[in-house]
Design a binder for this molecule. Structure first.
Ligand code: ADP
Ligand code: F6P
Length: 319
């Protein structure tokens, strides 16, 4: 292993920069040449590759987004596209590749490793939807961003004695809604993992009002969807003024939390170690506070275990 490369792919996540920095600096420290690939698999196919030095990653640990840019690339889903990528990697003399992204990016990494490229995946997504790892890089920051929004919405919800429905991202995963909901003391959390009952939600809101609650915060995961529609229904049924807020891409930006920076730094280090050990087709994760690695195929087949305990706590303590 002489030359490695790093890319970010799919939706960006805070902490991706910290992960890039770690891969670059650990790689250089171990005597490797490190290349950066711009715009994910799209840049790989187009040869948008440049050599990185220690200073290339200076002053980025605190920045959201990704200095390497990111992209979603249809061509890479085809065999011909991946063959192009393989040829480019060969032309640049790259022996190992670190892919920072979500499950889609990992599918791409898995197929690339089948073409003989040593590939390691680092989980970078705000969704926390990769079951093999307890946390993905970016999830903690996004949770805190949502929390900040919930705190603010609580103020205005209380002043006006309104119901506030807050739609948060996460694709089909309810973790972002659940974690931010618990931390923000939301009255209800609606997530794809649990069946939703509109009548029960409205009853809960009315009961809260009767007990003297001024505000009522409902966190709605995008996987269930439709904050505006739900707000209309809640207002119709309960007679309480209700507003919807879709937080959108605000959740993807911002300076990463200490947790995400540390996680990214540790994971970047492990990725380089794995490449040096001659490993391929592995992903790095964290379980019970320990960084570990797993076969990419096995990791992708792990079924998500929903945190029922946290969901129950959310329902009990917000009542
Ligand atoms: P994320 O990595 O955040 O889940 P996407 O699902 O958009 O984001 O995937 C990012 C990119 O990974 C896609 O644009 C595509 O280039 C590549 N990719 C996704 N799924 C596959 C697949 N099944 N085969 C090959 N490449 C894929
Ligand atoms: O995967 C991250 C994510 O932000 C999801 O939570 C969301 O569904 C999706 O990406 C939004 O994608 P885009 O940035 O393409 O609108």
């Amino acid at each position: 292993m002489k030359t490695i490369a790093v890319l970010t792919s799919g939706g960006d996540a805070p902490g991706m920069n910290a992960a890039i920095r770690s891969v670059v600096r650990v790689g250089l420290d171990k005597g490797l040449k490190v290349m950066g690939v711009q715009r994910g698999y799209s840049g790989l196919i187009n040869g948008e590759i440049f050599e990185m030095e220690r200073h290339s990653v200076a002053d980025i640990i605190q920045r959201g987004g990704t200095i390497l840019r990111t992209a979603r690339c249809e061509e890479f889903r085809t065999e011909a596209g991946r063959k192009k990528a393989q040829n480019i990697l060969k032309a640049f003399g790259i022996d190992g590749l670190v892919v920072i992204g979500g499950d889609g990016s990992f599918q791409g990494a898995r197929l690339l490793s089948k073409l003989g490229i040593s590939t390691i995946g680092l989980p970078g997504t705000i969704d926390n939807d990769l079951a093999y790892t307890d946390y993905t890089i970016g999830f903690d920051t996004a949770t805190n961003t949502v929390l900040d929004a919930i705190n603010k919405l609580r103020d205005t919800s209380s002043s006006h004695e309104r119901v506030s429905i807050v739609e948060v991202m996460g694709r089909n995963c309810g973790d972002l809604a659940l974690y931010a909901g618990v931390a923000g003391g939301a009255e209800s959390v609606i997530i794809p993992e649990k069946e939703f009952n509109e009548a029960e939600l409205c009853r809960k809101i009315l009961e809260g009002k009767l007990r003297g609650k001024l505000h009522n915060l409902v966190i709605l995961a995008e996987g269930v969807g439709g904050a505006e529609k739900l707000a209309k229904r809640v207002q119709e049924v309960t007679g309480i003024e209700t507003r919807a807020t879709v937080l959108g891409h605000i959740q993807r930006g911002g300076s990463p939390t200490a947790f995400d920076r540390i996680l990214a730094s540790r994971m970047g280090n492990r990725a380089v170690e794995l490449l040096i050990e001659g490993k391929s087709s592995r992903v790095v994760g964290v379980r019970n506070g320990k960084v570990y690695d797993d076969d990419i195929e096995e990791a992708l087949s792990v079924k998500r275990k929903f945190d029922d305990e946290l969901y129950n706590i959310a329902n009990i303590v917000s009542y």
